[in-house]
Design a protein around this ligand. Structure first.
Ligand SMILES: C[C@](O)(C(=O)O)[C@H](CC(=O)O)C(=O)O
Length: 306
């Protein structure tokens, strides 16, 4: 049987650039599936902002993350793998092992583990990050690799370093090399600040595939898919995609409701349907398929439709 992890491995082995929108809830995932994305990214920042209403500052627990992972994998077919943020692994090697195994059991196909300190961990595009010593980072990667082996999983392990800010390019690359030696499949240099750095990391880390993190309003210049490919990247994540789109839309709708006491429908000129109306939302969430399934297995509740 093809698992999501084996699908992700096949994507990594192909010529295609893997572009992953960042999602943190069922609706944002459904919208991306409908748009035809083949891989999704579960963002910690988005999970923190959307589920907790908190900034990306080490407030997430493994339970928060496993819950989000489970809801995402439950709406994705195994042909659409989910790559999940695993932050620092949330503790020492034993906690990393437990977390990684919970992610595997939740159906996650790939995850990244970083080298910030657990108690001061923050979004990689904020300042004054504090790094864990390299041997602590390597132990996290080794724990993830061992956890994968114990479950006979094909999970893709991505090593992320946040060392660029404090140790410079060479220091960061040293950490990535140590992580690859420990068994990481993909590397992620966080917080790059120039196209030059972006091209250099893929060159020096080859043949290990590199992940590029595109954060709106962050420190890394934003590039399109073609440029990312030309710079040598294999995976690109856009972690803020769903939360940014939601924030902008929430603000506009909140201002309208507050200002006028009502929200006007937007009607699609072609179909006459209300854009974002309740039927639109339910259909993105699989209304038709759910009704058909119920009918096919002999259920009577939706025999006349819904
Ligand atoms: C990739 C990331 O870890 C995430 O949580 O999605 C964040 C993104 C963000 O905070 O905007 C990061 O880059 O640290």
């Amino acid at each position: 049987m093809n698992t999501a992890a084996s699908t992700l491995r096949a994507q990594l082995a192909s010529d295609e650039l893997i572009i992953c929108p960042g999602v943190q809830d069922g609706l944002s995932a459904r919208v991306c599936l409908a748009e035809g994305f083949k891989t999704l990214y579960m963002t910690g920042a988005g999970t923190s902002a959307v589920h907790l209403g908190q900034p990306d500052l080490s407030l997430l627990t493994p339970d928060d993350m496993v819950r989000t992972a489970t809801l995402l994998t439950s709406v994705c077919p195994p042909t659409v793998p989910v790559i999940a943020d695993c932050d620092t692994g949330y503790g020492g090697p034993l906690m990393v092992r437990r977390t990684v195994q919970r992610y595997i059991r939740a159906g996650v196909a790939g995850l990244h583990i970083e080298d910030q300190m657990l108690d001061s961990k923050r979004c990689g595009h904020l300042m004054h990050k504090i790094l864990a010593p390299v041997d602590v980072f390597v132990a996290r990667i080794r724990a993830a690799v061992a956890a994968r082996k114990e479950l006979g999983s094909e999970l893709v392990i991505i090593a992320r370093t946040d060392a660029l800010q404090s140790e410079g390019f060479e220091g960061a690359v040293k950490r990535l090399r140590a992580a690859v030696e420990a068994g990481a499949d993909v590397v992620f240099l966080e917080g790059m600040t120039s196209l030059e750095e972006m091209g250099r990391v893929t060159e020096v880390m080859a043949p290990t595939p590199c992940l590029l993190n595109m954060v709106g309003g962050g420190v890394t210049p934003l590039v399109d898919g073609e440029t990312a490919r030309r710079l040598g990247f294999k995976v690109v994540i856009w972690p803020c995609f769903a939360m940014t789109a939601a924030l902008v839309a929430y603000r506009a709708a909140a201002a309208e409701l507050k200002g006028t006491g009502m929200l006007r429908d937007t009607v699609d000129g072609e179909t006459g349907r209300v854009v974002g109306g309740i039927r639109d939302v339910f259909e993105v969430c699989g209304l038709e398929e759910a009704v058909a399934f119920d009918r096919e297995v002999g259920g009577a509740a939706f025999a006349e439709g819904a």
